[in-house]
Design a binder for this molecule. Structure first.
Ligand code: ZN
Length: 290
């Protein structure tokens, strides 16, 4: 099944800010791109101007965020801008950054959605490139209870069912089931912010990360599960942000995704593994039918 045309931006749009982990000042520019280009990052502060396609084969392991690397150039914390592009169904875009880490905004994807809205989305001529879950698959980690299951869907929708089971107050048990469309993404997910425990902030700072980060850059929960110097936007903001992160990581499949996804307790590494499996399964099927 293949409905719809590929989409890009009407004109360039910028987001200025600071990286969450490294605190670098950075400008991110979203640029229109031709059909079949996909989402591609470019470090414009490096002489080599290496292009880094937003694809799972360029993922390198990093805690708590998604990092892409190609030919010695890295771009970090790509998941929120990718979530905004995938959530708003922008298929083709060049994402230029002036430093190694994407801007954090307020810890959500809202700044990127506003940039996309200000640029406008325009349809192109070519049909959408799709990545459909063709056969059920799963990625589970028995030691932590983290598990993803993906099943085929009868139509071309992306449905995510997520249960956050966390040992700390504030985010201990939240569940949400949502069909992902540009409208549900913008209205239900885009404003949900990154969250950490106060004790995690201290351990991240001890290794030099997040030194310019303040409690207004994300949600920091105290030991009683209360946000420090901040207020929640939704009572279940944590599970909304987890789904936002999944959408960003799943965009690394490099095509418009459909399927029924059910997850719990997962992190970026599980998201990457699942989308790699789905992408490899599609490539395998193409080879068998070629
Ligand atoms: Zn996130």
């Amino acid at each position: 099944m293949n409905h719809g045309r590929q989409r890009t931006l009407g004109r360039p749009a910028r987001v200025h800010g600071r990286g969450l982990f490294h605190g670098n000042d950075v400008t991110l520019t979203l640029l229109p791109a031709p059909e079949y280009h996909g989402i591609v990052f470019q470090r414009v502060d490096l002489a080599s101007r290496v292009l880094i396609p937003a694809r799972v084969e360029y993922v390198v392991a990093a805690p708590r965020r998604t990092v892409l690397s190609r030919l010695g150039a890295e771009v970090e914390t790509v998941e929120h801008v990718l979530a905004a592009l995938a959530g708003m169904q922008v298929d083709n875009c060049i994402v230029q950054v002036t430093a190694s880490e994407c801007p954090n905004g307020d810890g959500s994807a809202q700044a990127f959605v506003e940039a996309i809205d200000s640029a406008g989305i325009v349809p192109q001529s070519a049909l959408v490139t799709r990545l459909d879950v063709a056969e059920s698959c799963s990625v589970c980690d028995e030691s932590t209870g983290a598990c993803w299951t993906a099943r085929p869907t009868a139509d071309d929708t992306l449905h995510i069912d997520y249960e956050l089971l966390s040992p700390f107050p504030g985010c201990d048990r939240q569940a949400l089931s949502l069909a992902i469309t540009p409208s549900t993404f913008a209205n239900e997910l885009a404003k949900a912010r990154t969250f950490v425990r106060e004790s995690e902030v201290q351990s991240l700072r001890a290794v030099g990360l997040g030194r310019r980060t303040t409690p207004s850059d994300l949600i920091v929960f105290d030991t009683n599960g209360m946000p420090i110097q901040n207020a929640l936007r939704y009572s279940d903001e944590c599970v909304r942000h987890k789904i936002l992160d999944c959408i960003g990581d799943f965009a690394l499949g490099g095509a418009r995704l459909s399927g029924n996804f059910s997850g719990q307790k997962t992190g970026h590494r599980h998201n990457h593994e699942l989308i790699r499996q789905i992408r490899d399964s599609q490539l395998g099927q193409r080879r068998r039918t070629a």
